[in-house]
Ligand binder design. Structure first.
Ligand code: DGL
Length: 268
């Protein structure tokens, strides 16, 4: 048993999309979340910058005595997972890409034309394609960067004509010319536009890493005998900018009265 919190981080609010699954499957676990809302988006920045930000955040979470770190961001998972695992060998650190890729590999069956959408950095890394094709070279995997989604989502522009047009701009040709049957949401912000994508492309099967990552957390905690039991720790949500959208998202997912704190890591 281990009642220390789990550290989660993302460039912004995307990592919060895992929380309904945390509440459902791991209700005893407590969380320290860091959303780098002042410096989002990460996905169009240089990899060296993403690494520097990720190290600052991981150090911050480790100072909060977390028992595990969940990189709730594909961009960071694609570029910093090994670096963080090497820096903190005593703390289990997981990313979101391996669980989502594993779900694709395990569940494809007759569906084998897979599209992955993500940030520029995630797509340039080809991490999804490499993992999926290492296990199953017969799966047809194509990737596409869709960088305008994150700023729109962080602005709360989600269910309207602007988002519909943006989705169609990126996906019409990608889905049709590749004859996709499966779409992996390779960015933790994208579950917020899942319904829009499904409405426009109802034939697609959508893989959502936010859900898959919680299964992996559960597995790791059980395997290491680190599950919490009756912790009285309260979840804390840190953000480098207390944007209206971040606060709204916390209210929506975690309920009003959540413990939200401002933290500027540039000064730490
Ligand atoms: N939510 C993040 C991801 O999964 C990052 C988006 C961004 O900051 O560009 O990639």
């Amino acid at each position: 048993m281990d009642n220390r919190p789990i550290g989660f981080f993302d460039s912004g609010l995307g990592g919060l999309n895992s929380f309904p699954y945390m509440q459902k499957y791991l209700p005893e676990e407590r969380i320290v979340y860091f959303g780098d809302t002042a410096r989002t988006p990460y996905g169009s920045k240089a990899v060296s910058t993403v690494r520097r930000f990720s190290l600052q955040i991981a150090d911050f979470l480790v100072r909060h005595q977390v028992k595990m770190i969940v990189i709730a961001c594909n961009t960071v998972s694609a570029t910093c997972l090994e670096m963080l695992q090497e820096k903190y060998p005593a703390i289990p650190i997981i990313g979101v890409i391996q669980p989502a890729a594993q779900k694709v590999i395990n569940s494809c069956g007759t569906m084998n034309r897979i599209g992955v959408i993500g940030t520029k950095v995630t797509v340039a890394s080809h991490t999804y394609k490499n993992i999926i094709n290492t296990f199953n070279p017969n799966l047809h995997v194509v990737e596409k960067a869709t960088p305008a989604f994150v700023p729109l989502i962080e602005e709360g522009i989600i269910n309207n004509d602007i988002m519909d047009l943006t989705v169609k701009y990126y996906l019409d040709d990608f889905v049709l010319s590749n004859r996709l049957d499966t779409l992996v949401l390779g960015c933790t912000h994208y579950p917020l536009i899942r319904e829009t994508i499904l409405r426009l492309y109802p034939m697609l099967r959508i893989i959502n890493p936010s859900e898959e990552v919680v299964s992996t957390i559960k597995y790791v905690l059980k395997e290491k005998d680190m599950e919490a039991s009756g912790s009285d720790f309260t979840n804390t949500y840190y953000a480098s900018d207390l944007s209206e959208n971040f606060l709204n998202m916390i209210d929506r997912i975690c309920g009003a009265g959540a413990n939200v704190q401002f933290k500027n890591l540039d000064m730490s």
